[in-house]
Design a protein around this ligand. Structure first.
Ligand code: OOB
Length: 551
């Protein structure tokens, strides 16, 4: 039955009514909720494995029962439809239980990353008007319960702290063990498909956090389409390697895609080869997704030889940041997988290379939009379309791309055009075959005395240097030029450290214009990362501001 109830969450910007009707008429938006999907899988394949982690193995029937039971308990606590609940959990089975319990209730999970601390969580909780936090006790030697207590003390709307505890862990004063809220399930009214299902965080927010409200209708469409493109079925075992609350492992096709297809979701508590490779072998993992720094680590480990049998792994997705061609060429042969590039954003649009694309497309592009209903345009800084094939700003709209942030008109004024296109902030070009090449973020340019240098372009050159393992270019303030070019490099080994002289002469030999030569080289063993493992240019800039010196 089609559900045409319009969503009611204040602060949510709906799609224009005619477009919403169009998407429903075309059956892109099917009127199903995530709760409906789980109920359907539990009815048709109750005994199939739905969720696996090192400690847990739940069938669809068990997962469904647990989610309904927890939803009933949370309703008893007074958490109701439309309320926002911060969820900060590591990759473990209970994440899925908690999220489906909230879906069942019609309460909205606000997806936080385990790397978030009070400086991020307090503004998020305020912006969301959250009434509860669901987190864990101590994990990887960090006390999440204490963090939740700090956030609660700062945010008056937060009434409850609920903890997913390990055996033997006690719940501190003022918090509840969530196990106390596993009641005998009763049928709850639940949300409609047009309702907002959750709030996701936009990457790289400064100031008031940009929260992204996604409906059951629009998100399920993106999950379904992603599962089709990634050829998931009931034999799929998807490994959640990246922090599970992020949009990529959540829905591209991620854990929700695997569940939609009736497959299994497996979890690794950390993404290193030492932890993840044995789990791939143990669970028979068929697909997972990584950010480029991790893809590099996995590739290097596999190239060096490693003792685990990864033969079940068929598809390795790389996305979240630009995968350099040099790395993309190595991934498939090293790990014995089909590489898939994924260029996406929590705001909506996701592009994939297809599994049967020629290698040149898979290595050299970030794929094409997943839906024929996605609209993309490449425009200059005045908003006019650029010549076909030229680089410019990517803007987009479509059946799963938001029309505005949650309750944030200032951010909307910057990030959306008057007619509702989302400005991605990405500089791309579109090839004649429709595949996109991401050149970088609009801000990732160094403006050296008026000469613009693309960070990504220079990084690609440095990566070809035999002594360089990884490289990131950032601009640093310069009194004369405005900005200078600083290259942060990780050395390939501890003996031969790249220097400014060797790097400059190498880049010059590659026939690169003189004004693109780095002005400084800083050798570091690791790059600072964002919560999801992307390299953080912001923190690298901060390192320089704090006095890091090059040679
Ligand atoms: C994903 O989502 P977010 O919201 O954390 O970050 C989105 C931004 C994009 O606008 C782009 O700047 C960058 O991350 N990005 C890429 C990329 N994938 C994302 N830049 C270059 N190449 C790529 N392949 O990161 C995300 C969401 C869903 C699926 C995959 C990634």
């Amino acid at each position: 039955m089609l559900d045409v109830t319009e969503p009611v969450l204040p602060g949510f910007t709906p799609w224009p009514a005619d477009l919403a009707r169009h998407y429903r008429d075309r059956n892109l938006w099917t009127g199903e909720t995530f709760g409906d999907v789980l109920a359907a899988r539990a009815a048709t394949a109750p005994d199939r494995i739905a969720v696996l982690d090192p400690a847990v193995r739940w069938t669809y029937a068990e997962l469904h029962h647990r989610a309904r039971s927890m939803a009933t308990g949370l309703a008893r606590l007074g958490i109701g439809r439309g309320e926002r609940v911060l969820v900060q959990l590591p990759n473990r089975a209970e994440f899925v239980e908690v999220v489906f319990a909230l879906f069942e209730l019609g309460a909205l999970p606000v997806f936080c990353l385990p790397a978030h601390r009070a400086a991020e969580l307090v503004p998020i909780a305020r912006a969301a008007g959250a009434t509860a936090v669901i987190t864990c006790g101590t994990h990887q030697r960090f006390d999440y319960a204490a963090l939740a207590a700090t956030v609660r003390a700062e945010v008056p709307s937060l009434r409850h702290v609920l903890l997913v505890l390990d055996h033997g862990q006690d719940s501190p004063e003022g918090a509840h063990d969530i196990a106390e809220f596993r009641d005998e399930p009763v049928d709850l009214a639940g949300p409609s498909a047009a309702d907002v299902a959750f709030l996701q965080l936009s990457g790289g927010s400064t100031g008031i956090p940009k929260l992204i409200a996604r409906t059951h209708d629009d998100y399920l469409y993106s999950v379904r389409r992603s599962a089709e493109i990634c050829e998931l079925d009931s034999d799929t075992v998807y490994l959640a390697t990246l922090p599970i609350a992020h949009n990529f492992p959540m829905s591209s096709p991620g854990i929700l895609g695997a569940l939609w297809a009736g497959g299994a979701v497996a979890m690794t508590p950390d993404p290193t080869p030492a932890t993840a490779f044995p789990l791939i072998e143990r669970f028979g993992v068929t697909i997972t997704g990584l950010v480029p720094p991790l893809a590099r680590l996995w590739t290097e480990r596999a190239e060096a030889g490693q003792p685990h049998d990864l033969s079940s792994l068929r598809v390795l997705q790389v996305g979240g940041a630009r995968c350099q061609d040099e790395l993309a060429r190595r991934v498939g042969p090293a790990l014995g997988v089909t590489l898939q590039q994924v260029f996406g954003m929590a705001e909506g649009l996701v592009c994939y290379t297809r599994l049967d694309d020629p290698i040149e497309v898979v290595v050299g592009t970030q794929g094409r939009p997943m839906s024929e209903f996605d609209r993309i345009a490449v425009v200059d800084d005045t908003g006019a379309p650029v010549a076909p094939g030229s680089q410019g700003n990517l803007i987009t709209q479509g059946p799963y791309t938001i029309r505005g942030y949650y309750d944030n008109p200032e951010a909307d004024a910057r990030s959306f055009t008057a007619d509702g296109w989302y400005r991605t902030g990405d500089i791309v070009s579109v090839r004649p075959d429709g595949n996109l090449i991401v050149a970088g973020r609009a801000g990732d340019w160094v403006n050296r005395g008026g000469e613009k240098v693309s960070a990504e372009e220079l990084e690609a050159h440095l990566l070809e240097h035999p002594d360089v393992r990884d490289a990131v270019i950032v601009g640093t303030p310069d009194p004369v030029l405005g900005q200078r070019i600083c290259a942060f490099v990780q050395p390939a080994d501890s003996v031969r450290r790249p220097t400014l002289t060797t790097v400059r002469s190498f880049v010059r030999q590659r026939g690169v214009a003189a004004w693109k030569m780095p002005d400084a080289v800083v050798v570091v063993d690791e790059f600072p990362e964002t919560g999801v493992g992307k390299t953080s240019r912001k923190e690298l800039r901060q390192l320089l501001a704090d006095g890091a010196h090059g040679n």
